[in-house]
Design a binder for this molecule. Sequence first.
Ligand code: GAL
Length: 977
Amino acid sequence: MELPYLEDVSPGTGSLPPRAWYARSDATSLSLNGSWRFRLSPTADAADDSFASDGYDAGAWDTVAVPGHWVMQGHGAPIYTNMVYPFPVDPPRVPTENPTGDHLRTFDLPDDWPATGGGTLRFDGVESCARVWLNGTELGEFKGSRLPHEFAVGHLLKPSGNVLAVRVHQWSSGSYLEDQDQWWLPGIFRDVTLLHRPEGCALDFFTHASYDHRSGTGTLRVDSDVDGRVTVPELGVDVAAGESVTVAVEPWTAETPRLYDGVLATAGERVPLRIGFRTVAVEDGVIKVNGRRILFRGVNRHEFHPETGRALDRDTMRTDVLLMKQHNINAVRTSHYPPHPAFLDLCDELGLWVIDECDLETHGFTEQGWRDNPVDDDRWTPALLDRAARMVERDKNHASVIIWSLGNECGTGRGLTAMARWIRARDTGRLIHYEGDPSCADTDMYSRMYADHAEVERIGHRADTEGPESRRQLPFILCEYGHAMGNGPGGLSEYQELFDAHERNQGGFIWEWIDHGIKHPEFGYAYGGDFGEELHDGNFVCDGLVFPDRLPSPGLDAYKRVIQPVRFAYDEDAGTVRITNLHDFADLSHLSFEWAYHVDDEAASEAGELAVPPGLGPGESVDLKLPDPPPTSRDAETFLHLTAMVGVKTNWTKLDHGVARAQFAVTPRPAVRPATGERPSQGAEFITLGPGTFDPRTGELRTLNGIPLPGAPRLDIWRAPTDNDNGASWQGGQRNGLVWRELGLHRMQHRLDAVELTDDALTVRTRVAPAARDIGLRTVYRWTSDGSQLRLTVSVTPEGEWTVPLPRLGIRLGLPAAYGYAHWFGGGNGEAYPDTAAASGIGRHFMPVDRMQTPYVRPQENGARADVRWAELRAGFTGEGVRVVGEPAFWFTARRWTTEQIDAAAHRTDLTPGDTVWVHLDHGQHGIGSQSCGPGVLPRYELHAAPAEFAFTFSRREATPEEEPPPVAPPPGRSSL
Ligand code: GAL
């Protein structure tokens, strides 16, 4: 049976050979973006193609914006699946129900459009298959959604009334090659442009610009299909295309993105060149650029916008790059397809290493043990080669692109080998990446996703004995790690240590940059299943370091610290700090350094500049003597703060932007004065002890300083499981979130055993345990007072066999809604958990309780602040309130809803503030890990059920009307900018 064009495996017909992409030259062009007429049909052939003919009246049709996806514009709906195909797997056939969008627009040529020459029509991205007509003549059809396709149209153009018709099918044989973990979003989602092609215009050209680090020279050769001259005025270069020239240059690196402006001038066109000189190679089993090992501090970036899907405007692309740079990120893997080419221009200009990945994934074939996998079937090889060529030809002139990736999660096969061979033959100046083939037969590096720390350590030692010997000689990267789904990822610092310790471990790319939540009137942000999909993978599509609106999540803040390019080590005895430059290329001349001593919660009491030699080269260290810390009284804590800030003008951030910081305790935390001595008294209705009144029957605290408590303090061990707590079915290890619930840790019963009044204390004995189980926590609350303060000591003794860590261990209490302003001295200002606390710094922080929440797209445990010495909940900025001092320091969380409400919520919009401020004072928190798609919590961050004792001292905090309201804290995640 002959298959129609959309189902045959060929990449298409009628388009021009692929070539280099450039934003503009001196040739005229006309953007065809804008409002197009649109008609949606349920099947590929429901409507005939008469709409493509001249004179067709589309007046009754709807309109859509191009670039855009019709499902994001009210026609049909997005579908989210991770790895399974949302249609029967019967390659290359696709369902009869195949949403098909007919797009139509008319255009006139501008007045200055030259009368001579040709024209090229360029589509930068259409999902998944398009058939194109201009003025009634069919131009051809194509697949390869995130790749450019051009057609020669000069002979068809007329001065006015041109009719461009594009039929787009959601499903095609190409869909089998585009099974990436993301929304299926059909449409013309990138630019459509008409390019004038003057006589003698440039066709394809390839800029080769290498750098010899020994001589400090660059060698430039621009190969061009059309004769021409290459000029680079700044370098005095003026040579024929195809001719090599070697000159002294400054090299391009992601840290020092030095570009030289040049021009390729053919007889008919002047094309601007942006040239970056660099040499990429694997030497001695290590990836080197310009002769030096590089370390990827990377992220995986999908193109996403919550309102427009994968149709991104230039500002959004720039925002992404700037946010990355401002968070110390130096590399992007363009998962899992070539991005809009303008994004690569930004990477060249602002400096990011790029792994450019081909638009190829056939993951769904795992469901059938990879049988019929297109990448191992010669019939599909032309389509694979077409994809490889379209990527390489389009992007080959970008300095930032140093590695080509064959695709993602395709298993193994001859087609991949064919792609690698073709790429190697075409471009000898870059390396090849592919993660899915453990033999690494086609690649220049060993790449893995989500390998745990122990394995990464083995690999670092080249002691990974499983694979072929040849693989052990290769450099190693984690093309995905640190799954940033919901709260997390945890364990990043420990990975970084392994990258720093082993030359072979050249860093990795966090999965992933952005949550793909779609803006939704009911849900806030929608995820899989919210559009009634038959098959879907829920909120697995929301696993980014930034929220859908690009507000950084705490995970990004933590990552910024983990990868900061300066290391500080304090030697208390010597009074010195060792500063190490962790850049791969740059010295420290762009940074300014400061030291400061903070005594207790006061602002810097002594501060100054740190004279770091600006010429300190990459990898070098210097020891600097610090001024002596200020004398402190015995009940104050002193901290040393060290910061590195941008001290020169840059194109990626403002002056004084913080790049690196560290904090060291200079004196230990002083002991808390005990609150004892007062005798509890039994009245008619209450037991009174200092500022507290208690229910004599239950022993529960009812009022504190006269404030009625909607929730008496009591033991709490539950947290609304995070995505990482819940884990993924395919991950090894116990999935704590599920086991906790199975054990009933979300419905602990509190049995009262005794309320005892003695001379100096009120003691309440309880046992806290879930129904149906024999495990429990014997919990004793001991209340004492000195008259004005009330101290609670909690002792916990586990009973039975606890085979699972505790989610948290602490107390929860409820305060009236008015106490909605938090001040604390401790970690902040953002969220932190035991293994995600890299960005947490001890200091005095202020935040309305409403701002302490981290708005994960699927609500889950969030918002804890680490190492808190004391916290106050105030009625207003300067109002009266409750003060609590912890012994030892504690985890502080405050929110206007309960853990149970978070647990029950599916979307942000399910959470509405109640009339209680719920306060958690936790002695322990279980770590976060990365088990939603990776290893779980490292043993050192597990919270085991073990005997514990901890205390909190409550007192009244008086209003301080004269107090200057502190500056309003930035929202979580913005703190480090
Ligand atoms: C990887 C895959 C990504 C994404 C991730 C989990 O296996 O390459 O596309 O699915 O897992 O979020």
